[in-house]
Structure formats: structure tokens, C-alpha cells
Design a binder for this molecule. Structure first.
Ligand code: MRU
Length: 337
């Protein structure tokens, strides 16, 4: 499937990011060649989604090497820049994974590191395609070869990867095979990755869809409208517990109650085999203003306290399978990663 936009690109020795905070109204591309503005962009969700954060981290190391050379940084300044880049967002393991994997290669020189970053981007693109095929085969095997109504949460498409996407990659592949009746996209409050980004991608690809408030997901599932739900992940523990955008857990619980498949689709780079269970996943807590203001308008009394976790952890027992580029891990049948 031809995708007419790129979340991340490398052009004229600079990183180019599609500013996802401005979608779906404006399609604006910004270039980055210094580390601090790149970290700010990651934290503001200009670029987001676990695999895209990994690729951004890889190119970020090249940017740090170029800036260090231009500004004569000490090695301490350089290492500190890489630490700050790695820690810019804590839950998506792909960012730390990519920065640490490339940090040990910096002695090979800047061009070698750039070549590794390009390789990461290409591997990520290919892994989307592979997950798409494995996930579509899994759904057909479980539910039969018929058009399905699929629910998804947050954005897991070409804006979150360098390819067709994780969960959205499976949905795209199902659509290519003529097997999508409709996609229900949860709006994914508070930052609306579902209604702003997933709907934008589905619209551009001509895939039939509708958006719904996150609070409608359980009703859609328990009323029999949905055949299966698919989400991405930011970090997956060895036992299959999976962190993803806040609200994913509610979708999983509803699918469990309805007895329909709940799939987690993510590349192997999202699997953190250093942690046994989801209890060890660090969940990013974001600022009050994401809840107390909406597009600059105050929507809660001044001083209201908030609880604003960016992610939740779905226990493995509610997950039918984890789809990676290598295989379908049958978590629902007791398999681990
Ligand atoms: O806060 P975000 O937008 O970075 O959260 C993204 C998600 O939760 C995605 O579902 C996850 O990273 C998988 S993206 C393929």
C-alpha cells in the first residue's frame, strides 16, 4: 500500500519530522539538527509512537555527533545529550533501545552511525509489512475469511512507524485482502491520537471507518458491533503484559467479557525481556494542562488536581496473541515471549 506521507525522513543531513501536533488540519514538516529542540519535539509528541520514537532516537545520535563536532563538545557533554535523548519519554522502550544500541557504535564514526540509523528505519519498515501479514493470517485463522469490523485505540500507523504500522498495518493488510467491513477508531483522549491521526490515515487510505469516544468502546464491543480489537504497544514484558495508550486496558477487559480476540501488535524491539511482568513498566505521567485545558480553553476549575497517565498496562491474561514481525505469540494459550 502506497503511503503518501512520512512521519520521519533524513534529508540534506537533517532529520525531518511531520509535526503530528498540527494534524489533521495542517501538514507541516520541520527539520532538526540540534539535540535540545529534538528532545522538546519528542516530549510535545511532534513525533510519537514507539517504533517511530526508536528510529528518531537513532537519527538523534547522528544529530548529537554532528552538533558535538560543530560546537566542540566534551565527551561528558556528548554522553549527557544521549542520556537526555534516551530519557525524553520513559515508557516506549524503543527509544532507549535504539539510543543505547547506537551509542556503542559511535567510535566507528558519524557516517557508520548514520548508516545504522538508516538500517533501523528500513528494518522498522519491513517489520510493519511482516506484522501485517502475520496478524491478518491470525485473524483469518481465528474468525474465518470474511469482512470484519475491527476496533483500534490510539495511532499505530505510518505516523507511528516508518512502514504501514503495527495494529494499523494489520488493518491495512486486511483491507488489501478485502476483509475490512469497518474500523472503529477510539478518539484516544486526551491528545486524540485516534481521531486526529488514525482517522487521518484511514481517510487517506480510503479504509471505511468511524471515530468514537473512548467511553463508547465497551458499548460497541458488548453490543456485538466489533469482531476483534487490535492495539500497538510501548513496552511488552516477558510474560506478555503490555503497556499502551491509556484506555487500552478497558478495551481488553470488554473484549474478554465479549469473548472476542484482543491482539497486541508490536515489533520485537518493543519487547523488553529484561522485565518479567508489567509491574516493572515505568508509566509516563503527563501534565495537568492536558486535562484542564482543551485547545487553549480552560475546561476544569483553576487548581483542579489530575491523574493523567499516558499509558496503562494490560495483563497478559486478557491478550489473545502478541503479533511481532517474527511470529504470533499465543499469549492466550499460555505462551510467553
Ligand atoms: O503517547 P503516544 O502517542 O506516543 O502513544 C503511542 C501509543 O500508545 C501507540 O499505541 C504505541 O506506541 C504503538 S505505536 C505503533
Amino acid at each position: 500500500m502506497l503511503i503518501p506521507y512520512k512521519a520521519i525522513d533524513w534529508e540534506n543531513e537533517k532529520l525531518v519530522l511531520l509535526d503530528q501536533t498540527l494534524l489533521p488540519v495542517q501538514e507541516v514538516y520541520e527539520t532538526y539538527d540540534t539535540v535540545a529542540p529534538l528532545i522538546d519535539a519528542i516530549q510535545r509528541l511532534v513525533v510519537r509512537g514507539a517504533p517511530a520514537l526508536g528510529v528518531t532516537g537513532a537519527y538523534g545520535v547522528v544529530i548529537a555527533m554532528d552538533q558535538a563536532a560543530r560546537e566542540n563538545w566534551t565527551s561528558e557533554q556528548f554522553e549527557k545529550a544521549l542520556d537526555d535523548l534516551r530519557d525524553a519519554r520513559p515508557t516506549a522502550v524503543n527509544l532507549a533501545w535504539a539510543v543505547e544500541k547506537i551509542r556503542v557504535e559511535t567510535s566507528k564514526g558519524r557516517d557508520a552511525v548514520l548508516a545504522i540509523a538508516h538500517k533501523f528505519a528500513e528494518e522498522d519498515r519491513q517489520s510493519s509489512t511482516d506484522m501485517g501479514n502475520i496478524g491478518a493470517d491470525w485473524l483469518i485463522n481465528a474468525l474465518g475469511k470474511k469482512p470484519l469490523t475491527l476496533l483500534t485505540h490510539c495511532n499505530t500507523g505510518s505516523l507511528a512507524t516508518t512502514g504501514t504500522g503495527t495494529a494499523l498495518g494489520v488493518i491495512r493488510e486486511m483491507y488489501t485482502r478485502g476483509l475490512v467491513a469497518e474500523v472503529y477508531a477510539d478518539e484516544s483522549r486526551p491528545l486524540l491520537q485516534g481521531s486526529r491521526l488514525t482517522a487521518w490515515e484511514l481517510m487517506k487510505s480510503g479504509i471505511p471507518h468511524r471515530i468514537q469516544p473512548d467511553s463508547a468502546a465497551a458499548t460497541a464491543i458488548l453490543s456485538g458491533r466489533i469482531d476483534a480489537a487490535l492495539i500497538g504497544a510501548d513496552r511488552i514484558a516477558k510474560n506478555g503484559d503490555s503497556a499502551n495508550k491509556i484506555g487500552s486496558l478497558g478495551v481488553a477487559l470488554a473484549c474478554h467479557e465479549a469473548g472476542i480476540p484482543f491482539l497486541v501488535v508490536a515489533p520485537e524491539s518493543t519487547v523488553d525481556r529484561n522485565i518479567a511482568t508489567g509491574k516493572d513498566i515505568h508509566i509516563e505521567i503527563r501534565g495537568d494542562e492536558e486535562l484542564t485545558f482543551f485547545k487553549g480553553i480552560q475546561v476544569a476549575p483553576t487548581g483542579t488536581k489530575t491523574f493523567n497517565p499516558a499509558f496503562d498496562v494490560t495483563p497478559a491474561k486478557y491478550i489473545s496473541a502478541v503479533i511481532t514481525e517474527l511470529k504470533a505469540y499465543e499469549i492466550g494459550k499460555g505462551e510467553t515471549l
